[in-house]
Design a binder for this molecule. Sequence first.
Ligand code: PLP
Length: 470
Amino acid sequence: MKSDALNQALASLPAVDRVLTSEAAAPLAAEFGRLALTDAVRAALDDMRHAIRQGGAVDPTPEVVARFAARRLADAARPSLRAVHNLTGTVLHTNLGRAALPPEAIAAVVAVASGASNLEYDLETGRRGDRDAHIEGQLAHITGAEAATLVNNNAAAVLLTLNTLGAGEGVAVSRGELVEIGGAFRIPDVMARAGCRLVEVGTTNRTHEKDFREALDNGARMVMKVHTSNYVIEGFTAAVPEPRLAALARDHAVPFVNDLGSGTLVDLERYGLPHEPTPMDALAAGANVVTFSGDKLLGGPQAGIIAGHRDLVERIKRNPMKRALRCDKMTIAALSAVLRLYADPDRLPERLPTLRWLTRPLAEINQIAGTVLPALEAALGPAWRIAIIDAESQIGSGALPTRTVPSRALAVSPAMETGMQSLEALSARLRRLPQPVIGRLHDGRLLLDFRCLDDSGAFVANLAELEPAP
Ligand SMILES: *Cc1c(COP(=O)(O)O)cnc(C)c1O
């Protein structure tokens, strides 16, 4: 553009005030406030000046400026943390917030979040109470433990338990269980931060009773077992049965702690799923203390549960670190509501989203895929081929890492050989939807697994907002 024409185009843009007093701006001022609107109009005008200098043509009316400003305001008002559609096929996806809460838990959160509660107040005596009291009875009843306490997550539960029962002492752990859980949680590092000395026992694939006895005879003051949540060791292996570990620990008068990781509170086999160790199993097998997550297979809020012998749990609760790791009232309310659902295991798969999705009939998932297929074809256009395929869902969060559950997915691939680049661009467009859609790239296709989709109507409506292909 010649400089005369350029200056003319720049000068044709309306002044900030003219946009602010335009009819198009009035509803924006009412919704977002005058200050935010003024900033957005300035920014929109800057963008338009930039576009003109790049040789673009813009329509210099107050209405168009207001429209650009409106888009900026809407973007800025949208929360960073928001709901997405998890179509990855991984039910408990750590990066996508793990377990979804049942309506009962959400109602319980709302009830305590919107006002005062008896969080640490004993309604019986009118005196100061204990926040653990709200869940301890339920946890004891379900797990068979004498006592229980709650912290922020299972990593905190492990840290607090180790620090209370093993600080300054040697803690014996099998070499086959020195695990790293995603997000830089490594047993040896946590052990060090808890002030314990790690006593590695046995070898990676085989650990024997005599190895543990030797460690205890040499002064280790705690025995720890860690559930190898995210891998399995196969082949020539040996591990010491839990009752034997428990007997060894008892003989040496030291605590035996079992970190279960996921720790489901029901036997999953009754729902046709593979067995995962429960806190009840671990306590019955002789563990003095067990630790597990609230938001893995349990299906509740993020929390770490410590359950076991009363004297040990009381010591753990008296550790000053407990105060730094304690849970919020919303977490306690949600967990308590979820635990109430466990009173009726028969109805649990209907009521607890995690279990409902894990046990969802294949025919139902297939039906959702069939409903979504034409809408997705319409949204994507002829550049994409979409087919309903067999897929494998994962439980996720380290539970049962080698077991998958048969599922159905839509597989999206480019109609012509355009390669991975266009597939990634499509994934990015789906992530920019009002409710972002997160699928999984596999074998040159984008897979959308519908195991965790409840409302296909809302999903289809959301698809209508897909931005056009570049
Ligand atoms: C997941 C897991 C943890 C960490 O639990 P968070 O609730 O994520 O903090 C610790 N130990 C094991 C064995 C786990 O599987």
